[in-house]
Design a binder for this molecule. Structure first.
Ligand code: ADP
Ligand code: MG
Length: 661
């Protein structure tokens, strides 16, 4: 008989998975794939231990169900025997009299109800015989189907060491066929999922939980059920089988094989370790008794939250009572009668091990998680894998994702937060700029109003000054004064029309300009006190740009005026120009008092001035800002008021596109 039969045992409810990786951690063979942040059980790799079902707090994993198949069998009219696993007193602790339990199972429609533990008696006897022969020492028990799957898939070289004896379930099935004929249908009822995939010899396998469900569906309760007896053959010590060291106690092996020749290991960590040590040769001469769960009484097909020691006591108590009333003569006869049944079982290796990842891929996976050296391998286990290397290997094999690494994800989160902060800052700056342009729009309206009102009186001043100038005798001093009035009135008119332009927005008359010449000319026409030195420094190869000269003149005049006003005790004013292919930069640098940090963001606000009433209007920089924006340029200020930090002063930088083409 071979074990090539493998059904999907555990399924995933994707909606319920909250990606906590607990199932990955608890899966002894890493048969759980995380894809797009969701856990999926890979049937190929699964050994049916049911750990993932037990540990998932969200109920996102559920086992293969067999109730409807059993219902079909029951309604077919064929003779059916229910073979009850010896752990039933552990699950049905609330039923004090086991005969009531038997009655309840019969009520479901089973023709016979029998205990698997007689099969366990036969199996224990066979083990005992085998182990008493010293040349057979050094093997692995094969009664737990999850262990058998594990060895066949993940330690295939160890398959020859599996004891070639059938499990108690299979043994009992063969007894039933012998007793009732080959057509008898066998339904095993027990605590285990893996049994559902163990063999095709058994017709169906129900878990205790499914049995409870069937009782509930049919309203079968203790208080509406009459007691009944198990059908023979009755068992002896085989009933102790499902608790720790069960097989060892159920046979007389303790007399034939001393305890030091037996290694007993249970639970997902221990059984793997024992097999590893066996394979590596440390305990090669021992008989390994392995159970995937903490004894079958804690199997995944039992009610969750069961108390291990209370369950164990319930089985012990049941066995004690049973052995008290055991008719040894009948038992011996039955053992003899079925002693010739073939209990052999063969196992075939079926290698499901993953090919080891190529170093380069492994390194890439580790690097992707920010792990570059051994110090970065935290081995924290948060991803569900014991080590970072195992996790990286699973990533390479397509079983896991980088994001499962908690330290990496936290770091990424930090990065995202700081990116978010940067965006927030940008947003705040954009908002401030928006507020600024709103203010400018208001200023635009205001200046348009003022400009309009000033136009008429300016016209009159210009007209009458011209008349007076014409009337003044040639060479008279007053004529020179009047000429100055006319000039200045003309300048006023230009500014006023500039203001009007500004108010109309985007009105710039760009003309091809040699910026160096323009700069020199502009600075020359500014009146400066003697204690201020102005230095013009052109650092530019190609001086050509397209600018609105009148407006840029206003910009420069205002900036230079501000700089001079900031240097009441005199100083140096450096005006330089630089440029690249696309842009021109003007720097207006003074050695004045500097601007207080708290004033920096108010500078361009219309009417913001720190100067005494009558001296400053607070319109200069607001106007400059508008003109620069119309040129699609930028204006930037740096300032220092603290002599302790270095020389005080301010530098305005204006960047304008060359505006060619
Ligand atoms: P006003 O010159 O009429 O005060 P501005 O808009 O030209 O208006 O300037 C606003 C304010 O910015 C000034 O009052 C001054 O406080 C500050 N400021 C501008 N340029 C400088 C500078 N170069 N050095 C120091 N402070 C300056
Ligand atoms: Mg000013």
């Amino acid at each position: 008989m071979s074990h090539s039969y493998h059904r999907q045992l555990v399924f995933t409810l994707k909606d319920r998975c909250r990606v906590c990786f607990t199932c990955v951690r608890e899966c002894p063979v890493k048969a759980i794939k995380i894809i797009n942040g969701q856990a999926e059980v890979l049937n190929d790799r699964c050994i049916g231990c049911g750990n993932c079902v037990k540990v998932c707090s969200q109920g996102a994993k559920y086992p293969l169900r067999s109730i409807s198949e059993v219902e079909t069998l029951l309604s077919s009219g064929a003779p059916i025997v229910a073979c009850i696993a010896p752990s039933f007193p552990a699950e049905f602790e609330e039923i004090n009299d086991h005969r009531i339990f038997v009655g309840m199972v019969r009520k479901l429609g089973f023709h016979y109800v029998t205990e698997v533990s007689f099969g366990a008696d036969l199996v224990a006897h066979a083990y005992e015989k085998r182990l008493s022969d010293e040349k057979n020492r050094g093997d692995i028990s094969s009664d737990c189907p999850a262990i058998v799957f594990f060895i066949r898939h993940y330690h295939p070289e160890m398959v020859p060491y599996l004891v070639p004896i059938a499990s108690p379930m299979v043994a009992m099935t063969r007894v039933m066929k012998e007793k009732y004929g080959p057509d008898i249908k066998v339904v095993f009822i027990g605590p285990c999922f893996a049994k559902k995939a163990e063999t095709t010899e058994v017709d169906e396998v129900l878990t205790f939980l499914e049995l409870r469900e069937m009782f509930q569906q049919r309203d079968i309760r203790q208080d509406n059920t009459l007691p009944a007896h198990f059908d023979p053959p009755f068992s002896g010590k085989g009933s102790i089988f499902p608790i720790s060291r069960g097989l060892y106690y159920s046979s007389n092996s303790r007399e034939t094989i001393p305890e030091e020749h037996v290694v007993i290991a249970e639970g997902r960590v221990n059984f793997k370790e024992a097999i590893k040590e066996f394979e590596e040769g440390y305990i090669r001469d021992k008989h390994l008794m392995l159970l995937c769960c903490d004894g079958c009484i804690m199997g995944p097909g039992t009610s969750p939250g069961g108390k291990r020691f209370s369950r164990s006591a319930a089985v012990g108590e049941y066995v004690r009572k049973k052995l008290q009333s055991l008719d040894s003569e009948t038992w011996n006869k039955e053992m003899e009668r079925y002693g010739n049944i073939n209990l052999s079982q063969s196992f075939t290796p079926e290698d499901r091990r993953l090919a080891p990842a190529i170093d380069e891929n492994l390194l890439n996976a580790l690097h992707a998680m920010g792990k570059f050296s051994a110090q970065d391998y935290l081995n924290c286990g948060a991803c569900g894998y014991d080590t970072c290397i195992e996790h990286a290997n699973a990533i390479v094999q397509g079983l896991a994702e980088t994001e499962m690494c908690l330290p990496y994800t936290i770091e990424k989160l930090h990065d995202s937060i700081s990116n978010l902060n940067v965006s927030n800052e940008k947003l705040a700056r954009a908002k401030a700029a928006l507020r600024q342009s709103e203010k400018l729009a208001h200023m635009g309206q205001l200046s348009a109003g003022i400009a309009h009102e000033l136009n008429n009186p300016l016209g009159i001043i210009t007209m009458y000054s011209n008349i007076l100038m014409d009337e003044a005798p040639e060479g008279a001093a007053v004529r020179e004064d009047l000429k100055l009035i006319v000039e200045q009135a003309e300048r006023c008119k230009k500014i006023v029309s500039g203001l009007l332009n500004f108010a109309r927005k985007n009105q710039v008359a760009l003309t091809e300009t040699d910026v160096v010449k323009f700069l020199k000319h502009a600075i020359q026409s500014i009146i400066k006190p003697d204690n201020v030195t102005i230095s013009i420094e052109p650092h530019i190869e190609d001086p050509v740009a397209f600018l609105d000269i009148d407006q840029m003149m206003q910009v420069l005049t205002n900036l230079v005026k501000n700089a001079i006003e900031a240097m009441p005790k005199g100083g140096l004013l450096t005006v330089s120009v630089e440029g690249n292919k696309e842009e021109i930069d003007f720097f207006i640098k003074d050695t004045g008092t500097g601007i207080r940090p708290e004033d920096m963001d108010k500078l361009f606000t219309p009417f913001f001035t720190t100067k005494e009433i009558g001296k400053g209007t607070g319109l200069g920089l607001a106007l400059i800002y508008g003109i620069i924006k119309m040129h699609k340029g930028k204006i930037h200020v740096d300032s220092n008021i603290n002599p302790a930090k270095g020389p005080t002063g301010t530098i305005f930088r204006i960047t304008l596109p060359r505006g060619k083409g």
